[in-house]
Design a protein. Structure first.
Length: 183
């Protein structure tokens, strides 16, 4: 099977947001600037507590989607698989990974966690692009079943996974700049 053609890795293996995901994240940020929950020209001092809560919740969800699209990364090293969460990085030891399964929407189940997105499988076939989700899922599953194929090194600062919240200042700065320039 594929395990016979998979070479052992010395360095940690890293999967992350590609150009397509980053373009979608920038487009998402653009629409967030245009349709800001803190609408331009609105007297923010006159908002009720409920309006503030709704606007902050909308902004939080929008920022999470931005980071989820453009800043996700999965690293497999000798100790297991690292997956980003909102404020933390979750490390799954190899015995907890079990297997990885690609979904049709481009996300990947790693153990009981979901990561991604890659280009969805039907769209990848239509565009004649490789199915990155399936490739990652297959590679992780092979490493779970064949410990000798796992990376022998630990992730370093360059390959480390970061929580999604680390990326929040970037879109917040863009939103603040847009509001300052508009007002």
């Amino acid at each position: 099977m594929r395990a016979a053609t998979t070479a052992p890795a010395d360095a940690p293996l890293v999967w992350g947001a590609g150009v397509g995901c980053r373009v979608l994240a920038v487009l998402w940020l653009g629409q967030l600037v245009l349709l800001s929950p803190f609408a331009y020209g609105t007297d923010l001092a006159g908002l009720t507590a409920v309006e503030w809560l709704l606007r902050l919740w909308t902004l939080s969800v929008a920022l999470w989607i931005f980071a989820r699209l453009g800043a996700w990364r999965v690293t497999a090293d000798r100790d297991g698989v690292a997956l980003p969460r909102l404020f933390t990085v979750e490390r799954l030891p190899w015995d907890e990974v079990g297997k990885a399964v690609a979904r049709r929407d481009g996300c990947v189940h790693v153990g009981s966690r979901i990561t991604g997105p890659f280009l969805p499988a039907p769209l990848a076939r239509l565009l004649r692009r490789p199915d990155g989700a399936r490739a990652m899922a297959d590679h992780l599953t092979i490493m779970v079943r064949n410990p000798e194929l796992r990376p022998t090194e630990r992730a370093d600062a360059r390959t480390r996974v970061r929580p999604y919240a680390v990326w929040a200042p970037l879109p917040l700065a863009v939103l603040a700049a847009a509001h300052l320039l508009a007002g």
